[in-house]
Design a binder for this molecule. Structure first.
Ligand SMILES: CC(C)(COP(=O)(O)OP(=O)(O)OC[C@H]1O[C@@H](n2cnc3c(N)ncnc32)[C@H](O)[C@@H]1O)[C@@H](O)C(=O)NCCC(=O)NCCS
Ligand SMILES: Nc1ncnc2c1ncn2[C@@H]1O[C@H](COP(=O)(O)OP(=O)(O)OP(=O)(O)O)[C@@H](O)[C@H]1O
Length: 197
């Protein structure tokens, strides 16, 4: 089984590209979706202990949590120390399940693949990219996003050029959906010997 890591900076098109792999039948594990799930369940008491102000109605309120950690290095490290081991556990379970099913190729969608040392857990790496202008425009369109929040997140992430330099495959999502889908199909073809139509 080949484990393909999928990553890219904020707004570069990870989720959209992950869905393309899934639509071609490749099993995908989404680390960000795991975090969303954790914040509604298992992680609530742990986050509540470290960041009581971030708990609302028994779940983690992401907007409040972001206010506590973005731009505050020590708080962010504390949060990551709680969340990342749980994310890795869920991911390892997914890998074991797919291995037992005999999947030839799986995708691990990991936003912080390089930043959090995930590169060691995958065989090959896809980096999604787009121009800085496209990235900025996409991100600032999101509800609740501010220039300040965008900059705080970007400052924490490895520069796009560095990510591209470390990738086995680069997909430019600034060219539209169809070119990206073709790039995904080509990667599946190269890794499995069967290029989907
Ligand atoms: C800071 C939080 C509360 C902000 O939540 P919010 O819903 O507002 O934004 P969202 O999660 O969609 O993140 C927006 C962007 O920030 C990036 N980002 C998230 N966490 C981090 C981080 N620890 N370091 C750098 N970038 C990050 C994401 O990759 C994404 O591109 C949330 O991202 C969080 O809990 N992060 C810590 C867990 C984590 O590291 N998750 C990402 C990898 S699994
Ligand atoms: N190939 C593409 N062609 C056109 N638009 C795209 C393409 N890929 C992504 N987009 C658009 O870019 C925006 C961001 O994409 P997406 O949510 O997949 O990014 P992301 O990398 O998962 O973001 P984040 O890291 O912030 O979670 C979306 O509005 C999406 O529709």
């Amino acid at each position: 089984m080949i484990i393909l890591g999928l990553t890219g900076s904020i707004g570069m098109g990870k989720s959209t590209t992950a869905k393309m792999f899934a639509d071609f039948g490749v099993p995908v594990n989404d680390a960000d979706a795991t975090v969303h799930e954790l914040y509604r369940g298992v992680a609530v008491p742990l986050i509540g202990e470290a960041f009581p102000e971030a708990i609302r109605d028994g779940v983690v309120d992401r907007t409040r949590l972001a206010q506590s950690v973005l731009g505050n290095g020590e708080a962010m490290r504390k949060l990551e120390a709680i969340v990342h081991p749980l994310v890795r556990e869920a991911e390892a379970e997914f890998v074991r399940l797919q291995e037992s099913r005999g999947a030839p190729l799986i995708v691990l969608d990991i936003p912080l693949l390089f930043e959090a040392g995930g590169a060691d857990r995958v065989d090959r790496i896809v980096v999604v990219t787009a121009s800085p202008e496209v990235q900025r425009e996409r991100v600032l369109k999101r509800p609740g996003m501010t220039e300040q929040k965008f900059e705080a997140i970007r400052a924490k992430q490895m520069p796009d050029a560095e990510k591209r330099a470390r990738a086995d495959f680069v997909i430019d999502t600034g060219q539209g959906m169809e070119p990206a889908r073709q790039a995904v199909a080509a990667i599946i073809g190269e890794l499995t010997g069967h290029r989907p139509a």
